[in-house]
Design a binder for this molecule. Structure first.
Ligand code: NCD
Length: 303
C-alpha cells in the first residue's frame, strides 16, 4: 500500500504537484467549491500560537463539507506534558481522516506521519517549513502576474528562523524565480544559496530591492532567539525596515507581501503595509483557497 499523500514540505514536492495545487485553488476561486470532503473528519492540532493559519484550515475544511476537531496546546493534555505521539494516538481513536499539525519542533509532522495511516499536513514546524504558506504566496503572486518564472523576488528580514522563507525559497526557485534573500549577517545563513538555482544572498537592502517584482517582508522571530542577533531594534529598523522611500528602488508596481503577524514600524512601515501595492490581506483570503486545495488533494482519495 502506498503511503497517504502527506504534505510535509515543499522539499520533495514535484513542480507538477505544486502546479496542480495552484490550479485547484484557482478552480475553487472561480466556482462554488464541491462538498468533496463531506463525512470526513479533520484533526487540527496546534502546539504553537496561530491566528490565520489555524482558522483558515478550519474554514477551508468546512467549506468542503468536512468536520474539524481542533486541539490547541492551551486547552488539552498537551499542557500536561502528554507526548505528541500519545496525543495523536488518543485522538486517532476517534476516527479521523487527516491531521493538520503545527509544532515548535522541526520534523514533528514527519514523526506523526510515520505513525499514522492518514494524510498529515504540515502547518509550520519550527524553523523548517510552512508549505501551505509558500503555496498561498505563490498563488497570490499568480493572481497578479502571468508566471513566476523570471520574476525577481526579494525576501527580507529574519531568514534564519523563518519556515516561511525556507518554503518560499524552495517553491519560488523551483518555479523559476530569481530569489534574493536579504538580512543581517547573523540572520542570513549562507547555505540558503544552495537551495535553488536562482537564489542570491545580500546584506544590502538596496541591492535586494533594485528592480524587484515582489517584496516579501518577514517578522523578526524573537521567540526563537535565545541570544541577541543584532545590536538593537533601532539599528535593525535603520538598515532593513521596508519604508516607502526604500521601496522606490523596486519596480513601481512591485507586490508587497508579509505572511503576518507583522510588526508595523519594525520590519515594515505602516504606510507600505497599507499601500495599494500591498497584497497582505489578499494573502489571508488566498490562504483559505490554498488550504481547500491541499485538503481536497490529500483527503479526497484517502480512506
Ligand atoms: C508565520 C509562521 O507562523 O511561520 N505566520 C504564519 O503562519 N502566517 C510567520 C511568523 O510567525 O512570523
Amino acid at each position: 500500500m502506498s503511503p497517504p499523500p502527506h504534505l510535509l514540505g515543499i522539499e520533495g514536492l514535484s513542480a507538477a504537484r505544486i502546479e496542480r495545487l495552484l490550479s485547484l485553488a484557482q478552480r475553487f476561486h472561480a466556482a462554488a467549491p464541491p462538498r468533496s470532503l463531506a463525512g470526513k473528519r479533520l484533526l487540527v492540532l496546534f502546539y504553537e500560537a496561530s491566528t490565520r493559519t489555524r482558522t483558515s484550515f478550519e474554514v477551508a475544511a468546512r467549506r468542503l463539507g468536512a468536520e474539524t476537531v481542533s486541539v490547541t496546546a492551551q486547552s488539552s493534555s498537551i499542557e500536561k506534558g502528554e507526548s505528541l505521539l500519545d496525543t495523536v494516538y488518543t485522538l486517532s481513536a476517534m476516527v479521523i481522516d487527516g491531521i493538520v499539525v503545527r509544532h515548535a519542533s522541526s520534523g514533528a509532522p514527519r514523526l506523526v506521519a510515520e505513525h499514522v495511516d492518514v494524510p498529515v499536513i504540515n502547518a509550520g514546524d519550527g524553523m523548517h517549513e510552512h508549505p501551505t504558506q509558500a503555496l498561498l504566496d505563490g498563488f497570490t503572486i499568480l493572481r497578479h502576474r502571468p508566471a513566476i518564472a523570471g520574476l525577481k523576488v526579494a525576501i527580507i528580514g529574519d531568514l534564519l528562523h523563518s519556515r516561511v522563507a525556507r518554503s518560499n525559497l524552495l517553491l519560488l526557485s523551483r518555479l523559476g524565480a530569481e530569489v534574493w534573500l536579504c538580512g543581517p549577517r547573523t540572520l542570513l545563513p549562507p547555505e540558503f544559496a544552495a537551495y535553488g538555482p536562482g537564489v542570491r544572498l545580500t546584506h544590502e537592502l538596496e541591492e535586494a530591492l533594485a528592480g524587484a517584482d515582489v517584496v516579501m517582508v518577514l517578522r523578526i522571530q524573537m521567540e526563537r532567539m535565545r541570544e541577541s542577533f543584532f545590536p538593537s531594534e533601532a539599528e535593525y529598523v535603520a538598515r532593513y525596515s521596508v519604508t516607502r522611500e526604500r521601496l522606490r528602488t523596486a519596480k513601481p508596481d512591485a507586490l508587497v507581501m508579509h505572511p503576518g503577524p507583522m510588526i508595523r514600524g519594525v520590519e515594515i512601515s505602516a504606510e507600505v503595509a497599507d499601500s495599494p501595492q500591498s497584497v497582505i490581506r489578499e494573502q489571508v483570503e488566498n490562504g483559505v483557497l490554498i488550504r481547500m486545495a491541499v485538503l481536497h488533494d490529500a483527503l479526497q482519495g484517502a480512506a
